[in-house]
Design a binder for this molecule. Structure first.
Ligand code: HEM
Length: 123
């Protein structure tokens, strides 16, 4: 039986599984691997902090996601389809691994943040 997202370990599993899919994804993988050339050793822990702060209010994330995606958009013009695909992959990954209140919450927050990032990056 699936559990809810309970702690940082669970977030690490979710984030690692998600970016494993992203790295080889036919629609948006190249944005990470070829355009941004992401350093995963830095990016993954940053994403653990980001989501842990959102779900459990740890206060340990202090980046600027809006600017990062604006910069990426300047390098390669992204489309709403890219963001929609990101949300589908993220939702799918959550559903594969977890169920419960926090699992529902993280999917809702991801969708909302994706819309804000998309609006701010693409406009
Ligand atoms: C098409 C969709 C997206 C693409 C292609 C994308 C790509 C990227 C890239 C390339 C980075 C920089 C990694 C690096 O440091 O080198 C990044 C950072 C980040 N992304 Fe996204 N992203 C997308 C959507 C999202 C969404 C929907 C969220 C949140 C729900 C998100 C949250 C973040 C955060 C928190 C960071 C770290 C920013 C920082 O503190 O430096 N991204 N993303």
């Amino acid at each position: 039986m699936k559990t809810d997202i309970r702690n940082r370990k669970d977030i690490e599993l979710l984030v690692n599984t998600f970016y494993d899919k992203i790295k080889t994804d036919a629609v948006i993988g190249f944005l990470f691997t070829e355009i941004a050339k992401v350093n995963w050793e830095i990016h993954l822990p940053r994403m653990y902090d980001f989501w842990e702060n959102i779900l459990f209010f740890t206060g340990n994330y202090n980046g600027s996601p809006m600017q990062v995606h604006k910069d990426l958009h300047n390098k390669y013009p992204m489309k709403p389809e890219h963001f929609e695909h990101w949300v589908i992959l993220f939702t799918k990954t959550v559903d594969e691994l977890f169920e419960g209140e926090k699992a529902t919450e993280i999917k809702e927050r991801a969708l909302n943040i994706a819309n804000v990032i998309m609006y701010k990056s693409l406009s």
